[in-house]
Design a protein around this ligand. Structure first.
Ligand SMILES: [Zn+2]
Length: 107
């Protein structure tokens, strides 16, 4: 196994997402390659440190602060259709026979 391949397996190895053969090959490589062994040890320490920190609890007033922040946000400007848009919309809604009757389409 080459160093690049070994390094690409560090994270899956720590997650237990490698096969037995991959685990064995990586173990052999780590036994004989001091660079990879050192890098793997650092990654494992980092993972252990992160796991020891645990998850922080959200502040109890987070929901209130979010609601306040949202209520203070200015409303988005409404998008009003232009006059031409309204005309097209009305023409689509009014049946064509009504338009003829009202004289909208008469020549
Ligand atoms: Zn190596």
């Amino acid at each position: 196994m080459k160093c690049a391949e070994a390094k690409s397996m560090f994270s899956p190895y720590l997650d237990g997402a490698v096969t037995g053969n991959q685990m064995h090959s990586l173990g052999l490589h780590l036994d004989h390659c001091s660079d990879c062994h050192r890098e793997y040890a650092l990654l494992r320490q980092t993972q252990e440190l992160l796991a020891s920190v645990g998850r922080r609890k959200a502040p109890t007033d987070l929901a209130l602060r979010l609601r306040l922040a949202i209520s203070r946000k200015p409303p988005r400007p409404s998008v009003r259709p232009s006059r031409d848009c309204w005309f097209v919309w009305i023409m689509r809604c009014v049946p064509s026979w009504s338009q003829r009757r009202l004289g909208w389409l008469s020549p």
